[in-house]
Design a binder for this molecule. Structure first.
Ligand SMILES: Nc1ncnc2c1ncn2[C@@H]1O[C@H](COP(=O)(O)OP(=O)(O)OP(=O)(O)O)[C@@H](O)[C@H]1O
Ligand SMILES: [Mg+2]
Length: 267
């Protein structure tokens, strides 16, 4: 079955590079190497893939992986309808057929039997067997697989196998350096540069608490939320408490440390 959905990225996504990741990605794409993006939540991984798909003029199919996901959710399944059964391609199959970039977000959440379906697609074979349908798909020449991976969140039980990892080239993502992050927050929200810099300063304090009471620092995404609230008329202190502190911790001591940091910055 052919899909009528349009997966093109039509508008240029706003993306500020942190280093030479655009050039390196282009090299990986040219060789059609599968790519793994690593880094904490909300630091720009998805935005980067959207930007690259737009820049390379390739369709983009994103799949948010979860632990209930089965191989059929990726590959496809037979559906029952009035005329009997008909096959419906899953997102991975569609991507392999049309030559899209397929972005599997948080692949590690998926069960291992799910991850294994990507193996023949991510080595020299570039094939996807649809076992239930008895069809072997040869991936379109433009097809590329990209996965994201949050290092540190995994337990030993939940990690990718080496045989999966060693099919990818990897990019490390992290929060952008302070001046760049402030300019991203300002461009995304229209907030003035001085306030954006203050938000980044608060994030800097919180990020130092990672491993000392905080599991994860404040993401660029949350800074964008705070700036959006401030732009909408919320006072900076309230916006920061709401966007930067409440979501990330329930620990009373850490909350009060962060609240004080906010009061100091927005005195
Ligand atoms: N380099 C960047 N250029 C432009 N915007 C950025 C950049 N880095 C982060 N952002 C901003 O941060 C937000 C979060 O980024 P994104 O959704 O790409 O995070 P992510 O790394 O995919 O997170 P998750 O792991 O939770 O999916 C974006 O919506 C964007 O506003
Ligand atoms: Mg993402």
């Amino acid at each position: 079955m052919t899909s009528t959905t349009d997966y093109r990225v039509t508008q240029e996504p706003f993306y500020r590079p942190q280093a030479n990741e655009i050039t390196l990605y282009e090299a990986a794409y040219k060789a059609r190497l599968p790519v793994m993006l690593k880094g904490p939540t909300g630091c720009g991984k998805s935005r980067f893939v959207e930007y690259m798909a737009w820049s390379l003029k390739k369709p983009l199919i994103t799949v948010a992986c979860n632990e209930d996901m089965t191989a059929s959710d990726l590959v496809g399944r037979y559906l029952l309808d009035a005329n009997g059964t008909r096959w419906l391609d899953g997102p991975l199959t569609t991507a392999a057929r049309i030559g899209a970039i397929c972005y599997l977000d948080e692949i590690v959440e998926a069960r291992q039997d799910t991850t294994v379906v990507i193996h023949p697609l991510t080595d020299h074979r570039r094939q996807l067997p649809l076992d239930k349908k008895g069809e072997l798909i040869q991936a379109h020449p433009d097809f590329q697989l990209v996965i994201s991976y949050n290092p540190g969140y995994q337990s030993l039980m939940k990690d990718l196998k080496q045989s999966t990892k060693q099919r990818f080239v990897g990019f490390d993502f992290d929060y952008p350096r302070a001046d760049l992050e402030a300019s991203i927050v300002a461009s995304e929200t229209g907030i003035d540069a001085a306030v954006a810099a203050q938000l980044v300063q608060i994030a800097g304090t919180a990020r130092k608490l990672k491993g000392h009471g905080l599991d994860e620092g404040i993401s660029t995404r949350l800074l964008v939320y705070a700036a959006t609230l401030i732009r909408g008329g919320v006072s900076p202190r309230e916006a920061c408490r709401m966007a930067l502190v409440r979501p990330i911790t329930d620990d009373a001591d850490i909350r009060s440390t962060l609240d004080h940091a906010i009061d100091a910055v927005f005195a």
